[in-house]
Design a protein around this ligand. Structure first.
Ligand code: ARG
Length: 583
């Protein structure tokens, strides 16, 4: 909040530091929450501690600095009073001026409110990471929602973001699919529902593989031909992989996700094997072939005990594994882009694997290894009214889940507002449905299990996306009933009620919440914020008349409603959730 004021203050403080031979950039301002007034507070301890003159203890020195600075900032406009207490410089705003500044700033910034201009090196976030020839199903939901939202939040916090998707396009699952296709479905093409079709064929192949020895033998044979590089299989693979990718694309579009860089496992397999040779030569890896695999005994290398364990980087028969491909992938990411950080959104069960890979990169001497990070998340529990698998035993596909959510949302919306025309109702239902699915995925600590059920997800009175969306709709309905253009500025002069104070306070927090959520990779903070903001708006809505208020009270409340609407919409959008305007 108030970057301009903070900049002015920083200038004055820097000048003070320069005249005293103190380091600049040590002083940071925090917002003082409302307690009759809003304010900014700067602790001066870091500056005091950095003073080469040690004649006074740090707290005393900080207090001395606070007092000097208090005089130097005394002429700045907009503050009702300034204090130097206990090593802090506290500046208090006159409440009406503060309220006015908050809302006019929000209105001015609009969609950009809460966001910083992007600068610096990019952060890569790898997420979703499905395997081709298999469907995107409910088990993939949390990853894609969490990853997408982390990207939005990082971007808003001022980072450039590269959205990456690492696709498992080789392996037994692919060979099984192709073999089954050629034996039983030769020449068939996917229909409109590509993913469903691919998934059904995969389920069929898998069933045959475990129950029909002849099919299993055929798959083995296919594997041999694939390894030998048979052109026909390569062509079939390319074609079927494309179908699969089209199916993924359809679901990403439904979810509002997109990727900047796709990596395929197939493109890192050979580079991975080459790197294994290098690792053996450098002595980092032990070659146990032909009987045993190639391994890196990390605990032995590091002198640790059962911490990093052993990572297998090549099978004894020379074929690659998961870890083989991880090493060139990491290198590729950092050589292709000059990355500030490389984030891997992968479920918590792969924590040891990621810890090992990061360590391997460090031992290989890559200076960026410390900038790799595993963003772990827990699974989603689907009890009660959510089916995990359909009748034939296959998992629920993501597009089916979205369809069911839309159906359910449609019922709820129809009940709430039967007067809406069919087209609007469908549009609203889609937004509510996606919100209902997404919000529970990010409104919990990443490392805690999410329990998803329809009643909670669609509860308009609970902590849910529809509750927050409904607050937007309420704000919008006030503005729509206004028979004149909404004012874009207002002078706050009426006595602010506690509901107004609370709402202004909440609105003003968005930029800081975004920063904190970005640093901690926690969309949860934005999810909670958006809910609390909706609560604050609802209190205001029920307690403070807007359209029937008089004069400047009416005007200032009208701008406050607009500011609240912007903050709500921006908060939801960081979670990948759209705001319907009616409901
Ligand atoms: N495709 C893998 C799977 O389905 C996940 C890949 C995760 N990313 C990575 N760099 N290991 O399990």
């Amino acid at each position: 909040m108030f970057d301009d004021v903070k900049e002015q203050l920083a200038l004055i403080i820097d000048r003070f530091c320069q005249t005293r031979g103190l380091p600049t950039g040590k002083v940071e301002f925090r917002n003082i929450p409302f307690s009759g007034e809003w304010g900014l507070a700067a602790p001066l301890f870091p500056l005091a501690a950095a003073d080469p003159d040690k004649s006074l203890p740090v707290p005393k020195k900080a207090q001395e600095f606070a007092e000097i600075l208090k005089n130097q900032v005394a002429d700045l406009p907009g503050f009702s009073h300034i204090e130097a207490v206990k090593g802090y410089l506290n500046l208090y705003f006159e409440p009406h001026q503060y309220a006015e500044r908050v809302v006019s700033m929000v209105l001015e910034q609009g969609k950009a409110f809460g966001s910083q201009a992007q600068q610096g090196k990019p952060v890569m976030v790898e997420y979703s990471n499905p395997n081709t020839h298999k469907p995107l199903h409910v088990g993939h939901l949390r990853n894609v929602i969490l990853g997408g939202s982390v990207c939005n939040i990082l971007e808003a916090s001022g980072k450039k973001v590269i959205r990456a998707n690492y696709i498992g396009d080789i392996g037994l699952h692919v060979i099984k699919w192709m073999c089954n296709y050629e034996m039983y479905h030769s020449g068939e093409q996917p229909g409109v529902d590509t993913m469903r079709w691919m998934a059904d064929l995969y389920a069929e192949a898998d069933k045959r593989f475990v129950s029909e020895p002849a099919f299993e033998a055929a798959v083995r044979d296919y594997f041999g031909r694939w390894d030998a590089g048979e052109q026909h299989l390569k062509d079939l693979w390319k074609q079927t992989r494309d179908w699969s990718m089209e199916g993924f694309e359809q679901v990403y579009t439904l979810l509002g996700e997109h990727f900047d860089r796709i990596y395929f496992e197939s493109e890192v397999e050979e580079p991975g094997k080459a790197l294994v040779d290098q690792l053996i030569q450098s002595g980092l890896a032990e070659d146990g072939r032909p009987e045993n695999p190639v391994i890196i005994d990390l605990d032995k290398k590091l002198g640790t005990k059962e911490e990093y364990r052993v990572v297998v980087i090549l099978r004894s028969d020379g074929t690659s594994l998961y870890a083989t491909k991880e090493i060139p992938l990491a290198i590729m990411k950092f050589t292709e882009y000059d990355l500030d950080q490389s984030i891997y959104v992968i479920d918590v069960r792969q924590s040891l694997h990621m810890k090992q890979i990061i360590k391997v990169m460090e031992l290989m001497g890559y200076p960026w290894a410390g900038r790799m990070r595993h963003l772990a998340y827990e699974i989603v529990n689907l009890p009660g009214n959510v089916t995990m698998s359909s009748r034939d035993g296959t998992v629920v596909l993501l597009d089916d889940l979205i369809r069911e959510a839309t159906q359910r949302a449609l019922e709820v919306v129809r009940e709430k507002n039967p007067a809406l025309d069919a087209e609007t109702m469908q549009d609203v239902a889609e937004k509510v449905a996606l919100g209902a699915i997404k919000y529970p995925m990010i409104s919990r600590e990443n490392t805690k299990v999410v329990t998803f059920d329809w009643d909670t997800a669609l509860d308009f009175n609970g902590q849910s996306a529809p509750y927050i969306q409904y607050a937007v709709v309420r704000a919008n309905s006030i503005l729509r009933r206004l028979n004149e253009p909404a004012p874009s500025k207002a002078t706050f002069s009426h006595e602010l009620t506690p509901a107004e104070v609370n709402l202004i306070e909440k609105i003003s927090q968005l930029p800081e919440v975004v920063q904190k959520a970005a640093v901690e990779f926690k969309p949860l903070l934005v999810a909670t914020y958006a809910f609390e903001l909706a609560q604050a708006f609802n209190d205001f809505y029920t307690q403070c008349p807007v359209l029937s208020a008089e004069g400047s009270t009416r005007l200032s409340r009208l701008v406050l409603v607009q500011a609240a609407k912007i903050a709500l919409e921006n908060g939801l959008s960081l979670l990948g959730i759209q705001s319907p305007q009616v409901m």
